[in-house]
Design a protein around this ligand. Sequence first.
Ligand SMILES: OC[C@H]1O[C@H](O[C@H]2O[C@H](CO)[C@@H](O)[C@H](O)[C@H]2O)[C@H](O)[C@@H](O)[C@@H]1O
Length: 425
Amino acid sequence: ACGSGGEDTAGGKTRITVNCMPPKSAKIDRQNFEDDIKTFEKANPDIDVVGHDAFPCQDPKTFDAKLAGGQMEDVFYTYFTDATHVVDINQAADITSYVKEMKGYSDIQQSLRDVYTVDGKVYGVPRTNYSMGLLYNKKLFQQAGLDPAKPPATWEEVRAAAKKIAGLGKGYVGYADYSAQNQGGWHFTAEIYSQGGDVVTADGKKGSVDTPEGKAVLQNLKDMRWTDNSMGTKQLLILNDVQQMMGSGKLGMYISAPDNVPILVKEKGGKYEDLALAPMPGGKGTLIGGDGYMFSKKASPEQIRAGLKWLEFQTNAPGTGLNNWKRAADLKAPVGLPEPRLWTGATDAKDQELKKQYANVPVENYQAFLDGSQQLTAKLEPPKAQQIYSVLDGAVSSVLTKKDADIDGLLKDAQSKIDGILARG
Ligand SMILES: OC[C@H]1O[C@H](O[C@H]2O[C@H](CO)[C@@H](O)[C@H](O)[C@H]2O)[C@H](O)[C@@H](O)[C@@H]1O
């Protein structure tokens, strides 16, 4: 069923509301979701799945209020960064005893299961994961006299390549970065990880951005923006702006997860053959993130069981739902991207095999990312991530909008604010 909601039971069936159903504008994804509900309900006649659409799936501005007001769906979408917070504010059902019945749960990578495990109790199931890399336009590399087969491996090389691409003429931007809506802080974190730094100390108690690595991140951005003029003049960019720039073919590089590639092609005018992924420059680390589903603390045991069955089918098994690569290929949706890569062992092998069988994107464009990322330390996002990102937005946006930004002062200030956030517990 789609769109309605209400009671826990419907004509003797267990009813569950589930959010993050694709909006009608995403035609193929929406149709697939609706078809998945039909297929699932046919196989499970005692369950009624009610999809609620939303784009984006999680809106940080309304998320807490929706939870506190009891409006959240029975099975609800979260970023990895939300999991601990939802548990802290006592809005999540403990599903520890139920996930034992979920086929495939134990095949999910342990580090991803850990994201939804708080004090030994399980509160959610990971749906997708990602790691960051450097997304670049091969065509622009060629035009700028750069070798598309040798993408930048260090931040110095990123800077040099960005300068050449911006030199192609008016309107060309070498490197772009976010600096608003917490996204600047998210990318700062990915950039500091890439150089071996962190935004919080190992014990999670203090900020650690006022460091040589933090300084290197801001100095590099400042140099590209003001000395080389390779970052364009428009700043305070967010996801959609940068994707638009990349899709239009005028941007050389930005840091991104692989899941941006289909967005660039399907929605922003980009071409698969031009878009390639390299590992994060810097050679030390890469930020990993993702999303998953949690369960309302008001959900009944029957609803939790039904919800887990739905997830088992729609998000958490190779070959069905989101991972039905044959259906995707038949519908000319992209197959063959390097991530998500949720599972280990035989389940991972099965998913990889299916992806390979139905691949319809130039997988060679992502090989460098696949090979290189294995050499990097994969680091999850920090505790209190969204609050920390909001602070770091301030430092990144200052550097990109003020020629005389004082990097040392910005980092000192950010560090003390992060200390405050962490001290509040
Ligand atoms: O492309 C990777 C993912 O990017 C988005 O999620 C992330 O965005 C946030 C910035 O607002 C960040 O704070 C969060 O922790 C990230 O996971 C996007 O919404 C995802 O769909 C996408 O997989």
